[in-house]
Design a protein around this ligand. Sequence first.
Ligand SMILES: [Zn+2]
Length: 71
Amino acid sequence: MISPDLLDILACPDCHAPVFLDGDSIQCTGRECRRRYPVRDDIPVMLIDESKALDPQAFDEALARRKEKKS
Ligand SMILES: [Zn+2]
């Protein structure tokens, strides 16, 4: 598992927004960026070349999942 402490210090290398764990990927919270980074062997791969930007609707759904978990 990826520790919450590690997630707290990670930021998107593209837009520098905070990130969070969504399923088995790391999701950027930047609305303009929306990049999603893979996790390999429990290590977040924070490389722009390895990431894919979500479309706006999928991004909103990811953020909604994050809020559900917190409450
Ligand atoms: Zn970003």
